[in-house]
Write a protein that binds this ligand. Structure first.
Ligand SMILES: [Zn+2]
Length: 193
């Protein structure tokens, strides 16, 4: 996966579900949290430069992208349509332009404010990834309590869980319990007079 698609993955994973408890951990709780995350991705920005509107934009991009990527894994959630609509709304307000600087066409953000610039960069990255077919490999874990973004490196793009040892194992365990329950129910029915 090439940058900045990995930045998009990192943004999505600023919220991650806890499989054990069913709730999640939000690491972007304030504009200062977002400033810290931006600095971790090469955007030099002070805490005071990030507004509440910036945080709202980043969260709309994050959840809209999570919803879009869930479809790569056949794992839509009830809230996905609303999140995608919200992303459509905020994306229509972000400006990008085509440049032929260096002779090759490039899609570039036309935003000055750091968070808006970065979010426009991530949208452009999604367009590029769709063209080079890496977009289909960026997925959201099928485990509904996890929903982490992961890059599927399997040969035939068949991965469905972020990690076989965590979410894959949890799904297998559930399937095992369900099979046993069904077997026991059938045995009880057979034993009934
Ligand atoms: Zn997972």
């Amino acid at each position: 996966m090439t940058p900045p698609l990995d930045t998009l993955q990192s943004l999505i994973n600023t919220w991650f579900g806890r499989v054990a408890t069913g709730d999640g951990d939000e690491t972007l709780q304030s504009p200062a949290d977002l400033a810290r995350w931006c600095r971790g991705h090469g955007v030099d920005v002070a805490d005071g430069e990030i507004s509440a509107a910036d945080l709202e934009l980043a969260l709309a991009v994050r959840e809209g992208m999570r919803a879009a990527l869930a479809r790569h894994n056949d794992a839509e959630q009830p809230a996905d349509a609303a999140a995608r609509e919200r992303l459509d709304q905020v994306a229509s307000d972000l400006h990008l332009h085509v440049t032929l600087d260096g002779g090759r066409p490039r899609l570039r953000p036309r935003e000055v404010a750091p968070v808006r610039h970065l979010m426009a960069t991530l949208l452009a990255a999604a367009v590029l990834a769709d063209q080079d077919r890496t977009w289909q490999r960026l997925k959201v874990c099928r485990e509904p309590r996890c929903r982490a973004a992961f890059y599927d490196t399997s040969r035939n793009n068949s991965g469905v869980w972020c990690s076989m040892s965590a979410c894959g194992a949890a799904a297998k365990q559930r399937a095992f319990v369900e099979r046993r329950r069904a077997r026991n129910a059938a045995a009880r029915r057979a034993a009934a007079p």
